[in-house]
Design a protein around this ligand. Structure first.
Ligand code: HEC
Length: 167
């Protein structure tokens, strides 16, 4: 005999509602009680850019120009990411508003790209990625950016590096 409860819409709705609440509690509310999530790391503090610093403006250009749709900023604890640098932790994103962690990796992950290249390299690459990375690169040329925007963007890219280890 079928259970009467499973045919009762009120009970079904209450059950579904409780399940959603449990999900919200576990994924949205409980993390606020986790110290490692709500404490900024030393790296996060470096990225607490003062408003109207070159880095803050560059971050705006980074979002506006759609860099976020091809580049992630999260180093995962997996073998494939082992050469990228330190694994990202929640506290690294403390001041990242809006978060530009993203998921797409059409281009390489940029979490620590500031430790990989010089300012000059970044400028040349933005102006003509194909000249630097080879004709197969599908990254668009950003030669139309104003010099100010490009300078700011490069300042932002150079700031993407881990805080020096404490002695
Ligand atoms: C259509 C996708 C796409 C977009 C949009 C894009 N890129 Fe890229 N990017 C790539 C690809 C593919 C590569 C690898 C080939 C190369 O170096 O050109 C790359 C490489 C890079 C690298 C070198 C990373 C490394 O570790 O070698 C940097 C830095 C970079 N992109 C920054 C940017 C910035 C800043 C923007 C926005 C202004 C941007 N990209 C927009 C696809 C993209």
């Amino acid at each position: 005999m079928a259970n009467e409860a499973e045919k009762n819409p009120t009970i079904l709705l209450i059950g579904a509602g409780l399940l959603v609440l449990m999900g919200v509690l576990g994924t949205v509310i409980l993390p606020y009680f986790d110290e490692s999530v709500v404490t900024p790391t030393a790296t996060a503090k470096l990225k607490n850019y003062p408003t109207d610093s070159a880095e803050a403006r560059g971050r705006h250009v980074y979002i506006r120009e759609g860099c976020i749709w091809c580049h992630s900023q999260q180093v995962r604890p997996v073998l494939a990411d082992s050469k990228l640098g330190p694994v990202s932790v929640a506290g690294d994103y403390y001041y990242d508003k809006p978060i530009v962690m993203m998921t797409q990796r059409t281009g390489p992950d940029l979490t620590w790209v500031g430790s990989r290249y010089s300012a000059d390299w970044q400028h040349q690459h933005l102006l003509n990625p194909q000249k630097i990375a080879g004709p197969a690169s599908i990254m668009p040329k950003y030669d139309y950016l104003s010099e100010q925007d490009r300078n700011d963007l490069v300042a932002y890219l150079l700031s993407l590096k881990p805080a020096p280890a404490k002695k």
